[in-house]
Design a protein around this ligand. Structure first.
Ligand code: AMP
Ligand code: MG
Length: 422
């Protein structure tokens, strides 16, 4: 025990007394160093693969587009028939809708052609219908076209998007609608993805009741369960939800073992401090392995990390805003890496502050904020129990430790969309 009452692991709630807090980058590196990607894969149809992490490099076996084709409704011509700037009357010798291969274009004639239709052999340009005048009807029709028409005009070349053998998507990317569309465009119908990460969750706190139940005096609703479920669903995890667990050492240990047996990762909330009603840390020490740290972050300083058997364990704080923020900053990259994703870092942007931060804090602070009219507004009440702030905000602004902020100073902002908070 240190003079301030911190135990040898170095954490006691509310106590920074002379104890060095672990910098966020160091904590993140420690976490990611333990996030071994899962290796199990499964083959899914493109329709099922949306949002999953690709487990193989994909390349194309065809050219896209597969043939030179028209980018307009109009007339396919031989540009050599239209040299000079005079108007010419050229007979229409064939009609080529999309999906039909025409025949070679006879010299001195044009082909009626539609968007996406293959360019017939011999033709090397398309003149859009809006600048042509059709004369006559049926087999005798012809078009008046004014030259010159440059070769290649209004033609999309075979392979201009993708070449046969070309790489299209790399293993480790998240399959978004546009990536799935790209795979579809080269005819891939099935895709190998990593299996969904099974995340076991439970919540500690005898004061917790489920929404829909009646609260007795002293009780509160279990909001963390629902916030966390949504965050995990957005990351496409398979959730194994053990619900609320009694605040006793035995119940906590039993839940930990049960969750760890069935999951690739266990995440909990609450009970992570060193109060007499906090059993996560002791349980983890008794049945698993604990690396616990005090992180230089606000909200969310207490965060327990360790292992139960081979299953990593992440014990989040109890305060609802701390759960939300630490999930975004720590759990999200950890989960992404375990899922096999190659990119785990959320993009941030420098945006001017529409507020002043006069008093420098000791910890790196993630404040609930929103961009309005191109500047960052702060939610007025930044308490770690004020869940309203997370719903009002559209991102987290970062106030580094020991820093004051002037009005209009550029500061770092991470939009919720970058944090998979949709
Ligand atoms: P603890 O770390 O267990 O002491 O919890 C810290 C604070 O978070 C206390 O005010 C708890 O009542 C609250 N809390 C813990 N778990 C939850 C939960 N699942 N939903 C909402 N609030 C919670
Ligand atoms: Mg508690």
């Amino acid at each position: 025990m240190s003079a301030c009452g911190c135990d040898d692991i170095g954490y006691e709630r509310g106590c920074d007394n002379g104890q060095k807090l672990m910098p966020i980058d160091e904590a993140l590196a420690l976490l990611l160093g333990n996030a071994n990607p899962i290796t199990e894969t499964e083959k899914l149809s493109l329709i099922e693969a949306q949002g999953r992490i690709l487990a193989e490099d994909l390349s194309s076996t065809i050219d896209v587009p597969p043939h030179n084709n028209s980018s307009m409704d109009g007339y396919a011509v031989r540009s050599t028939d239209l040299v000079g700037s005079s108007e010419k009357l050229l007979p229409i010798s064939q009609r080529i809708p999309a999906g039909v291969m025409g025949s070679e274009l006879k010299a001195g004639t044009v082909a009626r052609i539609f968007t996406g239709a293959p360019i017939p052999a011999g033709a090397d340009a398309v003149v859009m219908q809006e600048v042509c005048t059709v004369v006559g009807e049926g087999v005798d029709s012809a078009v008046k076209i004014t030259g010159p028409v440059p070769a290649g005009k209004n033609i999309r070349n075979a392979g201009e998007d993708i070449r046969t053998g070309g790489a299209i998507l790399k293993a480790g990317i998240k399959l978004k609608p546009q990536g799935i569309g790209l795979a579809a465009s080269v005819g891939i119908g099935e895709i190998t993805v990593y299996k969904r990460l099974r995340v076991g969750i439970f919540f500690t706190g005898d004061e917790l009741r489920e929404p829909g139940e009646t609260l007795e005096a002293g009780q509160i609703y279990n909001s963390n369960r629902h916030t966390m479920r949504g965050l995990l669903e957005n990351l496409n995890c398979e959730i194994i939800d053990l619900g609320t667990v009694e605040d006793t050492l035995e119940a906590t240990k039993a839940a930990m073992l049960k969750a760890a047996e069935q999951s690739d990762l266990v995440v909990t909330s609450g009970g992570v401090s060193v109060g007499e009603e906090d059993y996560i840390r002791i349980a983890l020490e008794e049945i698993g392995q604990l690396d616990m740290w005090r992180i230089n972050i606000k909200p969310g300083k207490p965060l327990a990390f360790g292992k139960v058997g081979d299953t990593p364990f992440l014990g989040m704080p109890g305060n609802p805003v701390s759960v939300f923020a630490t999930f975004c900053i720590f759990a999200r990259p950890f989960i992404l890496q375990k899922q096999g994703a190659s990119e785990t870092k959320a993009n941030s942007f420098m945006v001017p502050a529409a507020f002043e931060w006069a008093k420098a804090g000791k910890r790196h602070e993630y404040v609930r904020a929103r961009i309005e009219n191109g500047a960052i507004q702060l939610f007025p009440h930044q308490g770690s129990g004020v869940l309203t702030s997370t719903s009002w905000a559209n991102g987290l602004a970062i106030i580094p430790a020991d820093t004051t902020i002037q009005l209009e100073e550029m500061i770092e902002f991470i939009p919720f969309s970058e944090l998979s908070v949709f």
